[in-house]
Design a protein around this ligand. Structure first.
Ligand code: FES
Length: 188
């Protein structure tokens, strides 16, 4: 049987097939490798375009707010951005609520920006050109309105994180969030 196969394989050699040359065979072989090569490149590229699991997991962020005392703030990362979570003092809430709307560049009541009086949750990205304002640490400058200060070009935010002075056009953004219990919030 092996003897009978040998002549058939020899007949299939490219140079021996009528109408083909060794050059044709080499070109076909090269084309086949090129197709495999492209397939090998495309798959990981498409695969890399799908959201990674850790990115999906960060679509929402849970924050335990129980350790944050009155007057303290924490910064958490959500979708690659800092979010300021502040447990405001009664005085800070009073300050925020005593401001006439006519004095605000981007008018919004404090009540419309919070879900519970003392808790303020805002994206910590200056609405001017995107710097992260100061005011989270006790030693930070808090600006002329006792909230946050963006040193990049001098924007001052109040205790409701509303823009009060400087080039920023609007208040710090309030993200979608919810209290899932008295001590937990879910952002996103
Ligand atoms: S980026 Fe904040 S003032 Fe310009």
């Amino acid at each position: 049987m092996a003897d009978s196969m040998a002549p058939q394989m020899a007949q299939a050699a490219p140079g021996d097939v009528p109408g083909t040359t060794k050059r044709d065979f080499l070109m076909l072989t090269t084309a086949a490798f090129a197709a495999v090569g492209v397939g090998g490149i495309v798959w990981p590229f498409v695969s890399s375009m799908a959201p990674a699991r850790d990115v999906l997991a960060l679509a929402s962020t849970e924050v335990d707010i129980s350790p944050i005392a009155a007057g303290q703030s924490v910064t958490v990362m959500w979708r690659g951005k800092p979010v300021f979570v502040r447990n405001r003092t009664e005085e800070e809430v009073r300050e925020a609520r005593s401001v006439p709307m006519s004095e605000l560049k981007d008018p919004a009541t404090d009540e419309s920006r919070v879900k519970r009086d003392n808790w303020l949750v805002v994206v910590g990205v200056c609405t001017h050109l995107g710097c992260v304002p100061l005011g989270q640490k006790p030693t930070d400058a808090k600006g002329d309105y006792n909230g946050w200060f963006c040193p990049c070009h001098g924007s001052h935010y109040d205790t409701s994180a509303r823009i009060r002075r400087g080039p920023a056009p609007s208040n710090l953004l309030v993200p979608d969030y919810a209290f899932t219990s008295d001590t937990m919030i879910r952002i996103g």
